[in-house]
Design a protein around this ligand. Structure first.
Ligand SMILES: [Zn+2]
Length: 461
């Protein structure tokens, strides 16, 4: 393979580094070689630095690439928007559709998901056990150049909806084989995690075995985490523990490599458990708001951060959030707690940027490699085009990024030193053809599963 061309991002209008001093360099440049950041500084300091390709960034705001901590990419891209906005996301239908996906369909919906993620600046995402055919999708991850965290979604107990269910020993051996086969592939861009679906659908034996596997392979584990008063009551009745989080701690399934998904409705004792064990969280602010989950009453993001718990943001699924734009998700994280607490000091704009970059990367155990623009880190960058109305006028680039912009102004995306979105364009798939293919697949998927899509309340004539 020929060596990757070196790259210089030159003279950015603002370079938001998220480095330890949180410097914002006006007229900042970055030199990239062999997939890593070699120099960061003012344009004048890097004036003599030459690269195979130089990107003129004088009209750009440059940030670290964004991480997306909970992002199902499978069935929903083919049937996006089928659930009326007053019924949430009915899980039995979700998993019926998910389980009915064919290999070819999943490959196509994965490609579509990757196009949307990359165009909106996500450079690393966790697919929480949705992907059934990783072999078929591997080429898509390779071609797209994205970082992906995958796992074999497993359960070994009854669930109220169809999930991949195995005998405990089989679920363990499947996970062990998955970690062995996949972790570290694609030049380290692919990471494999243990992915039990949830505490309710997995026995304690399975959860404990999978945590041990994650430890042994020096990797992580994620699961959907029930929380709130009802989940606490159920845990008390079923397991004799005060809360789901305390239960997980009591069986040794919390730790620095455990990412709890959603975590709306934690109480103080549960936040203590997470802080004590170093467990992290992936929260989906748009899913929570759209699903009327009550962030005012249940959202504890500010308390988690105050206790030092690392939190990543996620876009969940195209039938939950329903977009894959992490810039819109960080905007929601910044505004929803202000409203919920009637306190404008909650989740400042800078904190929202951290959640989608360094803090999020730390939550996923990759904060030493990505999440900030620092010498030695992997070269994952997003360049926002400020030659657009929503970026005018600019005095505070953080404020403009969080409150004015969205993913549509993302001009260039670099992952591992490679330009994967170049002047708004990707080169790994024919988009119009893919769109019509996925639409057709969605229609067929609905027909063969007998699922009726929700239509507008207005007549289509
Ligand atoms: Zn999920």
């Amino acid at each position: 393979m020929p060596a990757m061309p070196s790259l210089k991002v030159d003279n950015a209008r603002y370079l938001i580094t998220v480095d330890p001093q949180r410097r914002i360099l006006q007229g900042g440049s970055v030199l990239i070689d062999d997939g890593r950041i070699r120099q960061v500084g003012k344009a004048a300091e890097l004036a003599s630095a030459r690269a195979d390709r130089t990107i003129d960034a004088r009209h750009m705001v440059v940030t670290p690439g964004f991480v997306n901590g909970h992002m199902h990419i499978s069935y929903a891209h083919a049937v996006r928007g089928i659930f009326p906005d007053d019924v949430g996301s009915p899980l039995p239908i979700v998993f019926k559709l998910q389980m009915a996906m064919t290999e070819e369909e999943e490959h196509a919906t994965t490609l579509l998901g990757l196009v949307e993620l990359l165009k909106n600046g996500t450079v690393c995402f966790v697919d929480p056990g949705s992907t059934k055919y990783p072999d078929a999708c591997l080429q898509a991850y390779e071609d797209a150049g994205i970082r992906v965290i995958l796992g074999d979604g497993v359960t070994d107990a009854d669930a109220p909806f169809p999930l991949p269910r195995y005998a405990t020993a089989e679920a363990v051996s499947r996970t062990a084989s998955f970690l062995k086969a996949w972790h570290g592939r694609l030049n380290g861009r692919l990471r494999a995690w243990a992915m039990p679906f949830s505490m309710e659908t997995c026995t304690p034996e399975l959860l404990k075995s999978l945590k041990r596997l994650a430890d042994d392979h020096d990797t992580s584990l994620t699961l959907h985490h029930g929380s709130g008063a009802k989940a606490r009551q159920e845990t008390q009745q079923r397991l004799g523990s005060p809360s789901p989080t305390q239960y997980l701690e009591s069986i040794g399934v919390l730790g620095r490599n455990v990412v709890l998904a959603h975590v709306l409705g934690l109480d103080d004792a549960e936040i203590d458990c997470m802080a004590r064990t170093g467990a992290t969280a992936a929260m989906c602010p748009v899913t929570a708001a759209k699903g009327a989950r009550g962030v005012g009453e249940h959202g504890r993001l500010p308390q988690l951060l105050a206790r030092g718990v690392k939190v990543a943001l996620g876009c969940d699924s195209p039938n939950n959030s329903n977009h894959l734009d992490i810039v819109r998700a960080l905007n929601m994280a910044a505004i929803q707690y202000k409203d919920a607490r009637q306190d404008m000091k909650q989740i400042p704009a800078e904190t929202a940027v951290e959640l989608a970059t360094l803090t999020g990367a730390q939550a996923l155990g990759v904060g030493d490699q990505i999440g900030s623009l620092e010498v030695g880190k992997k070269a994952d960058l997003v360049l926002f085009d400020t030659q657009r109305p929503e970026w005018q006028a600019m005095f505070n680039p953080i404020s403009n990024l969080v409150y004015n912009a969205d993913g549509r102004s993302i001009h260039t995306v670099i992952v591992d030193g490679r330009v994967v979105i170049d002047a708004y364009q990707q080169t790994f798939v024919d988009e119009p053809r893919l769109y019509s293919k996925v639409q057709e697949m969605g229609e067929k998927l609905l027909a063969r599963t007998g699922v009726k899509p929700g239509l507008p309340r207005w007549p289509i004539v």
